[in-house]
Ligand binder design. Structure first.
Ligand code: F6P
Length: 393
């Protein structure tokens, strides 16, 4: 039986992350207060097409999900909908599928469909919009790689997980005087590696955005040893480029062949880094691949708040008839941008950012030659010049 009242649909698409349920709960609660019914489509965009699958959502049946990781609606980054291949290439969705979606939306009196997803999922939402289907986007991804928003929810929780892993590695690395390599996710952006590396006291952080060499990493390890620090923690982003090799792909032996061709799975760089360092330094090196642990578990406080604000704002946009928009966080405000604009720019670590500068100032190595120069080189002449009291520079 189709619902009678104007209804807001919601779906979660792509890789899951902590905070998805918080968005669902916020959207449902605020929909009710605006006088809408809500339905949730199951398994991402797949739920919109034959066999159509959805569940009614109410404030009551979403009451206890704020703190819960994953998504009660299920999600997939595979299936019949795909609008991206590789890093930037867009592909068109089958028009017959788009027609099926339009039919489902009409039959269920959906006045707005909230699509919660990352770059690839939002590229699908944009094609829905161009097909006349009323959509609003909500950005999620642990990778934090969407240019239009300062943060995506899920990122903070992933960083907390990676930081906790580094805290644990710290004690065992120190006890055994080992080099430990932690491989973290993030696709082509180094946000998780950078933030967890700083928060977890990493000594070397290898990012996709900063070309690095083994020679420089070895130099950092030896420098630490000469200072009496017999262990080194190295954080490597899965999308960092291995010198002379480039991106390291995981051999994806699972799933249908068509999906394996479509999706390149990053991963495996941690082992490669460890093996080469063990050879070059003749030292014990161990690797930990954090993998999907970063996507699981409860959202942090920050992610709960951000996800809640995103969910409520998405409903507000639908209520105001502003479809085709994606909610975004532009501190201190939650705003919106056209989805088309949001998917155009990926966000990567700015190598001149204050976070990178602070890390360098602390002696964290990015494996590049900039580490060789003092971060304060050339800067202490003025303050100490002339009549200024000496600061011992
Ligand atoms: O985009 C989120 C993400 O977790 C990436 O960091 C990672 O490369 C990818 O998804 C893993 O995808 P899958 O869950 O298909 O292995």
């Amino acid at each position: 039986m189709p619902p009678h009242k104007p209804t807001i649909g919601i779906l979660t698409s792509g890789g899951d992350c902590p905070g998805l349920n918080a968005v669902i709960r916020a959207a449902v609660k605020s929909s009710e207060r605006h006088g809408y019914d809500s339905v949730g489509f199951l398994r991402g965009y797949e739920g919109l097409v034959e066999p159509v699958s959805y569940m009614p959502l109410t404030a009551r049946n979403t009451a206890s999900i704020l703190t819960q990781g994953g998504t009660i609606l299920g999600s997939t980054n595979k299936g019949r909908f795909s609008a991206t291949v590789g890093e930037n290439e867009r592909i068109a969705i089958d028009p017959a599928l788009l027609d099926q979606v339009a039919t489902t939306v009409r039959q269920l009196s959906i006045c707005g469909l909230i699509c919660v997803g990352g770059d690839g999922s939002l590229a699908i939402a944009q094609q829905f919009h161009e097909h006349g289907i009323p959509v609003v986007g909500v950005p999620k991804t642990i990778d934090n790689d969407l240019g239009a928003t300062a943060f995506t929810f899920g990122f903070d929780s992933a960083v907390a997980c990676a930081t906790d892993a580094l805290d644990r590695l710290h004690t065992t690395a120190a006890s055994h005087e080992r080099i430990m390599v932690l491989e973290v996710m993030g696709r082509h952006a180094g946000w998780i590696a950078l933030h967890s590396g700083i928060a977890g006291g990493g000594d070397v952080i290898l990012l996709p955005e900063i070309p690095w060499t083994f020679e420089n990493v070895c130099r950092k390890v030896r420098e630490r040893e000469s200072e009496g620090k017999k262990f080194t923690l190295i954080v490597v982003a899965e999308g960092a480029h291995l010198p002379d090799v480039g991106l390291v792909h995981r051999e994806d032996v699972n799933g249908p062949a068509v999906e394996r061709r479509r999706q390149v799975k990053l991963g495996g760089i941690g082992e490669r880094v460890a093996a080469e360092l063990a050879r070059l330094l003749d030292r014990e090196v161990r690797t930990v691949v954090l993998g999907h642990l970063q996507r699981g578990g409860n959202p942090t406080t920050f992610d709960r708040v951000l996800a809640t604000e995103f969910g409520a704002h998405a409903v507000r946009l639908i209520h105001q008839g502003q479809c085709g928009q994606m909610v975004c966080y532009r501190p201190p405000n939650i705003e919106s941008v056209p989805i088309a604009e949001a998917i155009r720019t990926l966000s990567r670590v700015d190598t001149g950012s204050s976070a990178v500068q602070a890390a360098r100032a602390l002696g964290i190595s990015f494996g590049d030659s900039a580490d060789l120069a003092s971060p304060f080189a050339g800067r202490c002449e003025d303050p100490c010049a002339g009549d200024a009291p000496s600061r011992g520079c």
